[in-house]
Design a protein around this ligand. Structure first.
Ligand SMILES: Cc1cc2nc3c(=O)[nH]c(=O)nc-3n(C[C@H](O)[C@H](O)[C@H](O)COP(=O)(O)O)c2cc1C
Length: 345
């Protein structure tokens, strides 16, 4: 990172920096790409419902490559037995942790009685977490909001966390805004309710031995690191989870191993990352996966760089063509190289 202001890296455990679970985005191809950018970042699956895990095509839904490293399986559900059964299946597939979704506000999710509406039912969440903790050896965590609907009180959030903590959950990932279950779309619910990082700081102060991972609206390392490091007024937080900012600008991950995990910096360029992805992509193409399914996650690699738009456009226009192969990626890369050389000249 240029203009680095922090001389002491923030060294913590596996939760120090993670990429948020995002439906339709954080699939296995996305995770492989993100893993090429950081060996330490904790990666999450998309949310899977217990119904899908128990009755669906498991290899398709749950399968992932060991080269993705540590991946957390996020489950959506509210039946303790089904959650426990799904957690066991996830553990058998090799997931590093199980996370329960108590933050998603979509109608579909509310009618299935899981996601953010469960913020109003801490007892149900506690029963699910207890059942999962009983059933698996791997860690079980909860991703929640700070509350639901327009009521602005801190106490229900505290009560929610304390009830889940009482059954043995020691890690909460908090999307630090309320979900308004009526009147806002899921997308609006990720932007409109105001961010309240102070709620997360306050609860960390009340429960210093419990992990609290901050999520919501984080964009840069300059913004994120001070929140984790704490200050005279604010406690240290245990980690940051970023979703949209990383997806849009994946190069953010290239500094994560050094800044958040204290690893020696690795000098690598964006072009090196493409090279690293090639054997994986070749392998997946041979298995019948289309290039577009993988390269769509790589569109932001050159965000803000010379040739970044050419890269995006070339991939968007060509990667979905029938039989598109790695040559499409190499052509896009060459366009960036030409644009970069022009700027340098
Ligand atoms: C397209 C999209 C899909 C999402 N899907 C999920 C999901 O499956 N499970 C979940 O817990 N949160 C989901 N979220 C919410 C994110 O995990 C995260 O909490 C939210 O985007 C706020 O973080 P950010 O501001 O860093 O993006 C999704 C967000 C987006 C943008």
């Amino acid at each position: 990172m240029q203009d680095q202001v922090y001389t002491k890296p923030y060294i913590s455990d596996e939760h120090a920096y993670s990429v948020a679970p995002m439906m339709d985005l954080t699939d296995r191809y996305c995770r492989q790409f993100h893993r090429c950018l950081s060996s330490e970042v904790l990666l999450y699956s998309e949310m899977l419902t217990t119904g899908a895990v128990i009755n669906g095509d498991r290899d398709y839904l749950l399968g992932f490559d060991p080269s993705e490293g540590d991946v957390v399986l996020q489950l959506g559900g509210s039946d303790p037995a089904a959650m426990a059964q799904s957690a066991v299946i996830g553990e058998q597939f090799g997931y590093a942790q199980i996370n329960m979704n108590v933050g998603c506000p979509s109608d579909r999710v509310q009618s299935g009685r899981f996601g953010a509406c469960l913020m109003a039912e801490p007892g149900v969440v506690a029963d699910c977490v207890a059942a999962m903790l009983d059933a698996v050896q791997i860690p079980v965590t909860v991703k929640c909001r700070i509350g639901i609907d327009r009521d602005d009180a801190y106490e229900p959030f505290l009560d929610f966390v304390e009830q889940i903590k009482a059954v043995g959950c020691d890690t909460f990932i908090v999307h630090a805004r309320k979900a308004w279950l009526e009147g806002l779309s899921p997308k609006e619910n990720r932007d409109v309710p105001p961010l309240r990082y102070d709620y997360v700081q306050r609860i960390k102060q009340a429960h210093p031995a419990t992990r609290f991972i901050l999520n919501g609206g984080l964009q840069t390392h300059e913004q994120t690191l001070p929140l984790l490091l704490g200050s005279d007024e604010h406690p240290e937080l245990d980690g940051a989870m970023l979703g949209r900012a990383v997806y849009k600008n994946p190069w953010l991950l290239s500094d994560v191993d050094e800044l958040y995990f204290g690893k020696s910096p690795v000098l690598r360029s964006r072009f090196d990352v493409i090279e690293e992805m090639l054997p994986y992509i070749d392998d997946k193409l041979s298995a019948g996966i289309s290039l577009g399914r993988i390269s769509r996650h790589m569109l932001g690699l050159f965000l803000g760089q010379p040739g970044g738009r050419l890269w995006r456009r070339h991939l968007s226009e060509n990667a979905w063509r029938k039989n598109a192969g790695v040559e499409v990626l190499l052509e896009a890369r060459d366009k960036v190289l030409v644009a970069a050389a022009r700027v340098a000249a």
